[in-house]
Design a protein around this ligand. Structure first.
Ligand SMILES: *Cc1c(COP(=O)(O)O)cnc(C)c1O
Length: 367
């Protein structure tokens, strides 16, 4: 049996007619940029999350970049980011010419709250956490630490749409939450798309302007803005998918629970979920001593896997000359050498799930 790492067509097929009808509806509307679909998506997405406002943009990276830009930081200001995040989080900070301070993750792969206190300096202005692999970070301690040190809190939720901490959705704990709707994300568009959510009206107004050349009204430009708009077609398709969000996250949770309860190989450590937190299982990441050998073994058995991420940002060529990358990040490096993501996708068949479990349980590392 061949098992792909992901297969986006399967969840498309379930609501194929609705998606197709939506595309045709938008084509017939004659309005392709910043119309009804975008503003309806913004209202629906914000309300489902429990945020006041959402601003739809062209992708997740630009969501973070524009969000940081509204804070007006620069020069020698610093933003604290976790070292094991996907590099896009870092890129957004760099695009704003703000300095990166990296902090090590905890055992749930999320920002370690104590690390924030260890790494802040008198130039640190904000903390940008990433809810890694779908699981909410420690949203009891992190907001408290940010308040105590007067740091602005921002959340990269690109992997964690509707993950919760004590029933509150991630993205709503701080100044802003950033989302990507890249096709493989749990709420994935059919192309690039992203959004920022916020309860801060000033931030909201700035974002509406920044994404559209820096203007609120036609030809009155107040800011040096960008073209970072979400397409009507993507917004329409996202509105269709948003209706099925509980099913999407629920199905993934069901698969993850089977993996957790049935993978019993002592060489494979399955992920744990923090008390009071939920994961939406964007990725199902296991830890093992000989990761590359395990990956090869699964490949030979026809099971495709991925590594998230093989090169942590501080070891990437892009950041080789920066000051923060001269420090060592042993936990982050350990994770990048020992984690492996197993196939977990919507539309995965029960026999595929069981096959993965059986093959994983039959794995014996070479001595
Ligand atoms: C996917 C992702 C992004 C970037 O989103 P794009 O829409 O691909 O630009 C940013 N941060 C994290 C953690 C991501 O997983």
């Amino acid at each position: 049996m061949k098992i792909p790492f992901n297969d986006l067509r399967r969840s498309f097929e379930i609501h194929k007619n609705e998606y197709e009808n939506k595309v045709i509806e938008v084509l017939n509307s004659g309005r392709y940029i910043l119309g009804e679909e975008v503003s309806k998506f913004e209202r629906e997405f914000a309300s489902k999350l429990g945020a006041k406002w959402a601003v739809a943009v062209d992708n997740g990276l630009n969501a973070i970049s524009l969000g940081i830009e509204t804070l007006g930081l620069g020069g020698r200001d610093e933003i604290l980011v976790q070292a094991n995040t996907y590099i896009a989080t870092m890129l957004a900070v760099s695009h704003n010419n703000v300095k990166i301070i990296a902090a090590e993750p905890d055992e749930y792969y999320n920002m370690e709250p104590l690390e924030i206190e260890r790494r802040i300096t008198n130039k640190t202005k904000a903390v940008l956490i990433t809810h890694m692999y779908g699981q909410a970070a420690d949203m009891k301690e992190i907001p408290k630490i940010c308040r105590n040190h007067q740091l602005m809190l921002m959340e990269d939720c690109a992997q964690a749409h509707f993950a919760r901490y004590e029933s509150q959705c991630v993205g709503t704990f701080g100044k802003m939450g950033f989302f990507s709707f890249y096709p493989t994300k749990n709420l994935g568009a059919f192309g690039d798309a992203g959004a920022i959510v916020t309860d801060d009206e000033t931030v909201y107004e700035k974002l509406i302007s920044l994404r559209n050349y820096g203007k609120r009204d036609r030809y009155y430009n107040e800011l040096i803005g960008y073209n970072s708009r979400m397409d009507e077609i993507q917004a329409g398709l996202l509105r269709v998918k948003l209706k099925y969000m509980e099913d999407i996250n629920g199905e993934r949770t069901e698969i993850a629970n089977q993996y957790i309860s049935k993978i019993s190989n002592p060489h494979i450590k399955t992920p744990r979920v923090r008390a009071n937190a939920t994961s939406i299982w964007h990725l199902f990441v296991v830890e093992t001593a000989n990761r590359d050998g395990f990956k090869r073994y699964l490949e030979e058995q026809g099971i495709a896997t991925e590594i998230h991420y093989p090169i942590p940002p501080h070891l990437s060529g892009a950041y080789s000359k920066e000051e923060w990358t001269q420090k060592s990040y042993p936990k982050t490096e350990y994770y990048s050498n020992h984690l492996l993501s197993l196939p977990l996708y919507n539309g995965m068949e029960q026999e595929e799930i069981e096959h993965v479990i059986n093959v994983v349980n039959a794995y014996a590392p070479e001595a």
